[in-house]
Design a binder for this molecule. Structure first.
Ligand code: TTP
Ligand code: MG
Length: 386
């Protein structure tokens, strides 16, 4: 089924009887569909000269910009999304750097959504290139796996782009599965396979667990999902706080969140806790530029603009302060976001008190694309990573 199984010890749970399967795993069929190297693939399709070459979509090599995405050829050199372009250039000096064209990606995204819509109306887009689909009931009486295959074929035949799918009883498992056989993969996890599938996974694979939480879990001796199975929900809560009971379910592949067609995001932003608290204003400004760049990328990726710009500052004594300003016209541009946040920075104690965390976010949001709801990322009790 998947390549994660090989690292799993013999596990009697894979032989589960149907009556032993958690009932929530028997009611729904969910697909998570995610395009392969999406922005890069659109660029290569539209300019065949780029085919087979290492390609970086993002800022220029010597700019302060970040990598939005890289072709698989560039990934071989270690180039990754969100990496500084200068680092990408160091890793792969032969890479071709291309500026992102979000309008073109959004247009492709609309066509992809139209294809999804042939098979179900319960679609929850997460970004331009990925969505959850609830295909429990579908007009053709097809199996979920057949639908995933048809979607993949339709997208390839009509748009000349490739995508990968995870097919599972819920969003948690489907999302992890879609990533396993990329590119052009379909990974199916049946209800009776969910426990075995989850058990062998590093905790980091659970959406919402980032590097900081992973470290904290490792301190308690938890590395793989199965490491938590011998703990009760109450014991996990004592050990880990309110993520304990959440993890109790997630590590067993239990997730009742519905696929939500209409979702409203209230704000979108990024924050960064520094490894060393910062006093120096020039250094703070550098951090601010980096944050604003990634906020701009996140807004554009989701076709969102905002009118209220918020700066969050946490000082080294952990006191927290937010400053905000509402502008006349909604924006998704680094130019506006940086100008406002630089102004807001002046009404903090920056330069006088050491700062351990900076955050930039936009609220009062509106959509710039006509087919996308304002998406809210998956929620978890965690707040330190995304
Ligand atoms: P992803 O699905 O994370 O990446 P991908 O489609 O490029 O590659 P994969 O085959 O691994 O799925 O993100 C989709 C698009 O969103 C991506 O093409 C570019 C954009 N993006 C950013 O702009 N910044 C980011 O940090 C990430 C992760 C993605
Ligand atoms: Mg993708």
């Amino acid at each position: 089924m998947t390549d994660t199984e090989s690292s799993s010890p013999t596990n009697p749970l894979s032989e589960m009887k149907r009556e032993d399967i958690h009932p929530s795993l028997l009611t729904r069929k969910i697909i998570h569909f995610d395009m392969d190297a999406f922005y890069a693939s659109v660029e290569v399709r539209d300019n065949p000269d780029l085919a087979g070459k290492p390609l970086v979509v993002g800022g220029s090599p010597n700019s302060r910009g970040v990598v939005c995405t890289a072709s698989y050829e560039a990934r071989k050199f270690g180039v990754r999304s969100a990496m500084a372009c200068s680092q990408a250039y160091r890793l792969c000096p032969d890479a071709i750097f291309v500026k992102p064209d979000f309008e073109r990606y959004a247009a492709e995204s609309r066509k992809i959504r139209e294809i999804f819509g042939r098979y179900t109306s319960i679609i929850e887009p997460l970004s331009l290139d990925e969505a959850y689909l609830d295909v429990t009931d579908n007009p053709f009486g097809l199996r979920a796996t057949q639908i995933a295959k048809r979607i993949q074929d339709d997208i390839l035949n009509e748009l000349n782009l490739s995508g990968s799918a995870g097919v599972a009883p819920n969003k948690l498992v489907a999302k992890i599965a879609s990533d396993i056989n990329k590119p052009k993969g379909i990974t199916v996890v049946m209800p009776e396979q969910v426990l075995k599938f989850m058990g062998a996974l590093p905790l980091r694979k659970i959406h919402g667990i980032g590097p900081a939480t992973e470290k904290r879990l490792q301190k308690s001796g938890f590395h793989y999902c199965r490491d938590l199975w011998s703990w009760s929900a109450a014991a996990l809560e004592r050990e880990l706080g309110n993520i304990g009971p959440w993890l109790y379910n997630r590590t067993r592949g239990i997730d009742d969140r519905p696929v939500r067609v209409h979702r409203e995001r209230k704000s979108l932003g990024k924050e960064d806790t520094f490894s060393v608290d910062i006093l120096d204003l020039a250094q703070l400004d550098k951090e601010l530029v980096t944050l604003c760049l990634s906020v701009e990328a996140a807004l554009k990726k989701r076709c969102i603009q905002g009118k209220t710009i918020v700066l969050k500052v946490k000082y080294s004594d952990f006191t927290l302060l937010t400053r905000s300003q509402t502008i006349d016209t909604a924006t998704d541009s680094i130019v506006d976001i940086l100008e406002v946040t630089r102004g807001l920075m002046k009404v903090t104690a920056a330069g006088r008190k050491k700062i351990r965390l900076l955050g930039v976010s936009l609220s009062n949001l509106s959509s710039t694309g006509d087919s996308f709801q304002l998406g809210r990322e998956e929620t978890s009790p965690l707040d330190d990573d995304d």
